[in-house]
Design a protein around this ligand. Structure first.
Ligand code: DMJ
Length: 648
């Protein structure tokens, strides 16, 4: 094929390069290289378009030709004599009559039948699809998705399997039915509340981190960054298991298998992700033996490790799960990390090293402990703020409530979880508690023992709801305390439980405020409006449960039942459970959040309170700060990779 038709076009429109030149051949000779190139491009695009038409419309062209009964039939390449090759690679067979013609008609017939059959099948499939309900279609889509996932899994063998390690003794993970019918009735009620919370989340918030029970949709907060990691599912799993809600547990497990992916661009709180997700996944693994939970916990833990890349090894408060970049909260004193955050990793990280054989986890938390041990402590107290760049304390604020709380808890629990072999942890706990008792714990004029907050040498006579967990901690640590002070610490636990009960009992709703004062004639009541809320927190009920286990004093079950009834009465809505903004108002407004810790902790502790002691016995299980039970590791017989052999 030549392009004569284009020559005049180029001659007319493209200006000459030499002034005065006018003849056509001269024009061509003076065309610039780039212009020639553009011309060539246009030309080749045109040719491609022509050829493309043949490629992209083969069926239509076939059809038209057949329908018209043309002599010249366009069909895909067939080796025939006398063929003339068409530019598209197809073949034009010229009509000839006789034997060839007969054969061509047969081929034409069979092709036509095939096309007709294809069309009918497609039509049939479309009709069937239209007849299906929305649910059936969704189920079909899901099956297809699962198939794709399966295929992907087959292609990608995934992370290396973890080394086999002996499963620690797992005892008392189910049943626990109390012999007394009235207690059993209460326990059943708590299980029903759990069902309501879970089913509502399942219906309205599935896959989101939390639930808005009034708006009936998903909810999240900045601790989870911009993610949808199903925090409520992971946090609730072990409670479901312990309550014998196995269908629900399976549902959660399936979601985790298919959807929980940590490669997301989200900046999360290292502490919250550790206690809720790693703690929740490890507990679900130990309870159920399902490998998927262990694998997910390890995948997530790897994403947290970059948070420790600081000049001191004290981790950042937040880390981006995708980039590994870490930073601290903007509100924290002098760019500091928070004591209760970097000090609440030990239990989970020891288990991670145990399960993976990777010493890194253990070494990271032991490094934190060693660094703290070397530092001066004002009045023997640990300030809540520590700068991870300089290794210096920030503001001298010490509390057993928010910002400090679970640091002390994890010292004690590190000792318990090591089968009481980690004597360094026990000693650090004992020393810290001794200083706290000296400087922070006081009796009010009305005789209530409270834990205040130490701020730059001054005691603020205010106690947070969060600090109420300490009643349980003192009782749990009583056995093994120095100088035979077990009785003293059990008594201290009882006094804190009593004070916290008073903070509930002195409200209209019989639910406790976020913080309460012991000042200017005030006893265990909130003053400021922004301290009057109750957000379904567990700490007071947690302390009731520990006190019940150690004393079997029936008042703890009674107090727990009061709280359960108040929650059911004032926080229950048709779409789940919500926090309330003012516990002193008979007509409270809701905050419209069902916190994930309500399912992980509050309802679990209530259920255990109305169960017999053989469910989750404290000799075998240690609950992390989010109430996720981890088994005691008999470290007398095991040496963790990266650790010295344990000393008794
Ligand atoms: C929980 O996430 C944990 O108990 C944490 O240690 C502090 N408090 C919340 C619930 O109140």
């Amino acid at each position: 094929m030549t392009t004569p038709a284009l020559l005049p076009l180029s001659g007319r429109r493209i200006p000459t390069l030499s002034p005065g030149a006018s003849s056509f051949p001269h024009h061509r000779a003076t065309l610039r290289l780039s212009e020639k190139f553009i011309l060539l491009l246009i030309l080749s695009a045109f040719i491609t378009l022509c050829f493309g038409a043949f490629f992209f419309l083969p069926d239509n062209s076939k059809h038209k030709r057949f329908d018209l009964g043309l002599e010249d039939v366009l069909i895909p390449h067939i080796d025939t004599p006398k063929e003339g090759k068409h530019a598209s690679g197809q073949v034009i067979i010229h009509g000839q009559g006789g034997h060839d013609e007969h054969r061509h008609r047969e081929e034409e017939e069979s092709l036509r039948d095939k096309i007709r059959a294809d069309h009918e099948r497609a039509l049939q499939e479309a009709k069937e699809k239209l007849r299906k309900s929305r649910e059936e279609l969704q189920a079909e889509i899901q099956t297809e998705k699962n198939k794709v996932m399966e295929d992907l899994k087959k292609k990608d063998p995934g992370p290396k399997p973890l080394p086999p390690v002996p499963m620690p003794k797992v005892v008392g993970v189910s049943d626990g039915e109390p012999p007394e019918p009235d207690v059993k009735e209460k326990r059943d009620k708590i299980r029903e509340m759990m069902k309501h919370a879970w089913d509502s989340y399942r219906q309205y918030g599935w896959g989101h981190n939390e639930l808005k029970p009034l708006a009936k949709k998903g909810h999240s907060t900045n601790i989870f960054g911009n993610s949808q990691l199903g925090a409520s599912i992971v946090d609730a799993l072990d409670t479901l298991y312990i309550m014998g809600l196995h269908e629900e547990f399976k549902d959660g497990q399936e979601w985790i298998e298919q959807n929980l992916d940590f490669g997301v661009n989200a900046e999360v709180s290292v502490f919250e992700v550790n206690i809720r997700f790693i703690g929740g996944l490890l507990a679900a693994y130990y309870l159920s033996g399902q490998e998927v939970f262990k694998l997910k916990a390890v995948q997530l833990a790897e994403k947290l490790l970059p948070a420790f890349n600081t000049p001191t090894g004290i981790p950042w408060a937040m880390v981006n799960l995708k980039s590994g970049v870490g930073r601290n909260w903007g509100w924290a004193s002098a760019g500091s990390s928070i004591l209760a955050e970097f000090g609440t990793l030990h239990m989970e990280f020891v288990h991670l090293t145990y399960l993976t054989g990777n010493p890194a986890y253990y070494q990271k938390v032991m490094h934190i402990r060693k660094l703290l041990a070397k530092m001066d402590r004002p009045n023997g107290l640990y300030p809540n703020y520590l700068n991870p760049r300089t290794g210096r304390w920030g503001q001298h604020h010490t509390s057993v409530g928010g910002l400090g709380d679970s640091f002390y808890e994890y010292l004690l629990k590190a000792w318990l979880m090591s089968d009481k072999t980690d004597s360094e942890a026990r000693k650090t706990y004992d020393d810290a508690i001794e200083a706290i008792e000296r400087h922070l714990i006081r009796k009010s004029n009305g005789g209530l023992t409270f834990i205040g907050e130490w701020k730059n040498g001054h005691l603020e006579r205010k106690m947070g709801h969060l600090a109420c967990f300490a009643g349980g901690m003192f009782a749990l640590g009583a056995d093994g305390s120095p100088d035979d002070k077990a009785g003293h610490y059990l008594q201290l636990g009882a006094e804190i439980a009593h004070t916290c009960h008073e903070s509930y009992d002195r409200t209209v709703l019989k639910l406790g405020p976020e913080a309460f004062k012991f000042d200017s004639g005030l006893e265990a009541v909130a003053v400021r409006q922004n301290e009057k809320y109750y957000i379904l927190r567990p700490e007071v009920i947690e302390t009731y449960w520990y006190m019940w286990r150690f004393t079997h004093d029936p008042k703890y079950r009674q107090w727990g039942w009061e709280a359960a009834q108040a929650i059911d009465k004032y926080c229950r809505v048709s779409g789940g459970f919500s926090g309330v903004k003012d516990v002193y108002s008979s007509n409270p407004t809701y905050d419209d959040v069902q916190q994930s810790f309500f399912l992980a902790e509050t309802l679990k502790y209530l259920y255990l309170l109305f169960s017999s002691d053989d469910l989750m016995p404290l000799e075998s299980w240690v609950f992390n700060t989010e109430a996720h039970p981890l088994p005691v590791l008999h470290l007398g017989n095991i040496t963790l990779p990266g650790s010295e052999p344990a000393q008794r």
